[in-house]
Design a protein around this ligand. Structure first.
Ligand code: IPE
Ligand code: IPE
Ligand code: MG
Length: 237
């Protein structure tokens, strides 16, 4: 029973290909994003049922602000809609939602939706769903360096006491394990500024499936591929 062996504790997904999915169907890119939200819903439930403990999804990068305003607006609206459509089920399933990224650039409406979903699901114990919104790895590391520099300047921390643990604890992902498996859909093979510190020893899985077509079966295929990998962490077996 492949689905019960060697389940990654933390899966992170770069959800890519919504635009191409829409284009193939002669639809607007925003429809691709909506279909992507439905795929996320399926994937979240499937991951939780398979025993994954953390599922991180890259939903909006700091670079994505540079897209046409109408698309940015549609994506922001989708955050609110996604909360509205899925809050009850996430609560029922015991899925806790947390958000990583810089929130000050979001409208009040978007921040209210984030606040609502994170507080409503705070008691969930089955799985943690981490939404990366206005996230990038470089901005995360920059914020961490700033916070550490302030602590050193205030005399709370000695520069020579900064080690890998100190840095890990200063990132948005402070309380989470590193991703065991990073999945990227749509055939692109790059990180696009995602979790560069945390991915040091992650396994990578690239699939041509466009994100709106992803679901339980595609997730199982990724988990099966992960299960066959030999993680050595620089050691000799
Ligand atoms: C991923 O799909 C969603 C976001 C980046 C917000 P894209 O919108 O990047 O889809 P493609 O890459 O243009 O097909
Ligand atoms: C990465 O996808 C960001 C998200 C999935 C949110 P992009 O489509 O923005 O990345 P590039 O432009 O192909 O690198
Ligand atoms: Mg893309």
């Amino acid at each position: 029973m492949s689905q019960y062996r060697n389940i990654p504790q933390h899966i992170a997904i770069i959800m890519d290909g919504n635009g191409r999915w829409a284009k193939q169907r002669g639809k607007d890119r925003s429809e691709g994003h909506f279909a992507g939200m439905m795929a996320l819903r399926q994937t979240v439930i499937a991951a939780a049922q398979k025993g994954v403990k953390y599922l991180t999804v890259y939903a909006f990068s700091t670079e994505n602000w540079g897209r046409p305003q109408a698309e940015v607006d549609a994506l922001m609206e989708l955050v609110c809609k996604g909360v509205e459509m899925n809050a009850a089920e996430l609560c029922e399933q015991g899925i806790k939602v947390v958000v990583i990224g810089e929130r000050s650039r979001f409208s009040e409406k978007v921040n209210d939706a984030i606040e609502r979903i994170t507080s409503q699901t705070a008691a969930g114990e089955l799985m943690t769903l981490v939404l990366a919104l206005n996230y990038s790895s470089r901005s995360e590391i920059t914020a961490a360096v700033q916070s550490l520099a302030k602590r050193v300047a205030a005399g709370e921390l000695q520069a020579e006491d900064i080690d890998e643990k100190t840095i890990t604890r200063s990132l948005y992902t402070a309380s989470m394990p590193d991703p065991d498996l990073i999945i990227r859909t749509s055939g692109e093979c790059r990180l696009s500024n995602f979790m560069m510190w945390q991915a040091s020893y992650s396994e990578f899985y690239f699939t041509d499936v466009l994100w709106p077509d992803f679901g339980e079966q595609a997730l199982q295929e990724a988990i099966d591929a992960y299960a066959s990998r030999d993680r050595r962490f620089g050691l000799v077996k």
